[in-house]
Design a protein around this ligand. Structure first.
Ligand SMILES: Nc1nc2c(ncn2[C@@H]2O[C@H](COP(=O)(O)OP(=O)(O)OP(=O)(O)O)[C@@H](O)[C@H]2O)c(=O)[nH]1
Ligand SMILES: [Mg+2]
Length: 461
């Protein structure tokens, strides 16, 4: 994103491309109501109250032709999305009307907005902090209801409040130090060390708690990264299809049907799962299948959870043993499929590798056992309950990195205190931690980072 002036009037189409009932061109910046008024016939927008909507037409001043029949919303600063004046022109949906309305706005003096520039203005104008701006992207990109809920909490300022509280406590500690440096004759250092140690430890514990929430936060945001692994023909693709409730992957009775990975996002009883169906693992001379098998193994290495599938109607083979070897010491559930058929399998070897509660019998054909699978997933990742409660969850890697950095500074500060080093060294460490917390909220942040964050937004947001 280039350096852009906050004084410009910016404009963009805020609705997705394609046909739809309405399309919205959003314009913001001081003077935007005058600009819209010059293009609008129907009412004098400059005299309209804030947060009202007017019916009329947008005309092209160049030839006086009507561009579209519209409804125009007027929102005057400061109670707007950007905190500047905002005009939203509701056009008929479809690409042409919005494009043309945008074009006449630009010809009248507006500039095309950068990605995320409306939200960036909301941040720069102090309406929201950086975590709240990021929450806007997360709400838009939310893949699950829990992800949305967590992002809404963040938009309401849950992380902001927690991090600002930590910063305030740090500031008080830093002020204590400054006082002892400014008035050395008071000789309060012994007591100062005790107070500082207590404060730094308290903040460190709270920081650690936030860091610990990141696993759950990541799952809620991205889903449990899950891979279905098994030898050919056990029913892996059938399971994927059953869970998706659609014929997504090709299923045949020919072993080696799936040759490439198939990735989908699903909601299993409220649990967000990013699931990957893979090529059945076996020795093969087929070049394409071989690549598929390698890919299956790679996915298994990266996954949060492996669903190893075996066929109950067959005995265990060396191929199954090879997969059991892959899941050894990993988070895994063994799914014994095809229980609608006569049982042939002996599970002793499986029990050596995974505990009994993680062996679940199902039929991907008729859905038997799926409830138990859901229950087990919830227990494994959410302790049985999938609720956000009022927990503050860190789900953003950027926040996580800043928390790690703050934690390191706090540890350094405590070491400095324990060595009874001069308090101004402690002050330096604590100030460092203070700045790292500030990166999260955007209180201490540079332009490059801002550009990186806002470039993840869509146009018009
Ligand atoms: N009876 C029965 N048959 C099943 C069940 N699940 C899958 N099948 C059948 O097993 C065969 C293989 O199913 P797939 O889902 O293609 O198996 P896969 O593990 O994806 O196989 P590859 O892609 O070759 O590795 C198909 O004929 C399915 O209809 C089940 O629960 N019961
Ligand atoms: Mg398959």
């Amino acid at each position: 994103m280039k350096a852009t002036s906050l004084d410009d009037i910016i404009a963009a189409i805020s609705t997705p491309a394609g046909n739809g009932g309405i399309g919205i061109v959003r314009v913001s910046g001081n003077g935007c109501i005058d600009l819209a008024n010059e293009l609008f016939t129907g009412a004098d927008l400059t005299k309209k109250e804030s947060h009202t909507i007017s019916f009329g037409y947008i005309k092209n001043p160049a030839n006086n032709n009507v561009v579209d029949e519209v409804l125009v919303s007027i929102m005057r600063a400061p109670k707007t999305y950007t905190r500047d004046d905002v005009v939203e022109i509701n056009c008929h949906g479809g690409t042409q009307a919005c494009q043309k309305v945008l074009e006449v706005c630009v010809n009248a003096g507006a500039r095309l907005a950068e990605q995320g520039e409306f939200t960036k203005r909301a941040f720069l104008n102090g309406r929201i902090d950086l975590t709240q701006a990021e929450a806007v992207i997360d709400i838009i990109n939310a893949k699950t209801d829990l992800g949305r809920q967590s992002a809404v909490n963040q938009l309401e300022g849950s992380i902001t409040k927690t991090v600002r509280d930590l910063r305030d406590t740090l500031l008080t500690a830093i002020a204590t130090i400054e006082a002892s440096i400014d008035y050395p004759e008071h000789d309060i250092e012994e007591e100062t060390y005790d107070i500082l140690r207590a404060r730094a430890t308290e903040i460190l514990e709270k920081t650690q708690k936030l860091i610990d929430s990141a696993d759950k936060g990541k799952i809620i945001r991205e889903g449990i990264s899950t891979v279905i692994l098994g030898k050919p023909n056990v029913g892996k693709s059938s399971l994927l299809n059953y869970l998706l409730d659609e014929e997504r992957a090709i299923v045949t009775d020919i072993p080696g049907t799936t040759r490439d990975t198939v990735e989908e996002f699903i909601n299993i009883g409220g649990v967000p799962v990013k699931i990957v169906d893979t090529a059945g693992i076996r020795e093969t001379h087929d070049t394409v299948e071989k690549i598929g098998v390698e890919k299956s193994k790679e996915y298994a290495n990266k996954a949060d959870l492996i669903l190893m599938m075996a066929d109950t109607s067959r005995s265990i083979t060396d191929e199954d043993r090879q997969i059991l070897d892959i899941i050894r010491n990993k988070k895994a559930i063994v799914i014994l499929n095809k229980i609608d058929l006569p049982k042939e399998i002996d599970i002793n070897e499986i029990c050596d590798i995974v505990s009994k509660e993680n062996i679940i019998s199902v039929s991907a054909k008729d859905g038997t056992g799926m409830e138990e699978l859901t229950k087990r997933l919830k227990e494994m990742f959410f302790g049985g309950e999938i609720e956000l409660n009022n927990d503050i969850l860190i789900s953003n890697v950027r926040h996580q990195n800043s928390l790690f950095a703050a934690k390191n500074s706090l540890i350094k500060a405590i070491e400095t205190i324990n060595m009874c080093m001069p308090v101004d060294f402690v002050s330096m460490d604590l100030t460092e931690a203070y700045n790292h917390f500030g990166e999260i909220t955007g209180d201490s942040v540079d332009d490059e980072l801002l550009d990186r964050i806002f470039s993840q937004f869509c146009l018009g947001k």
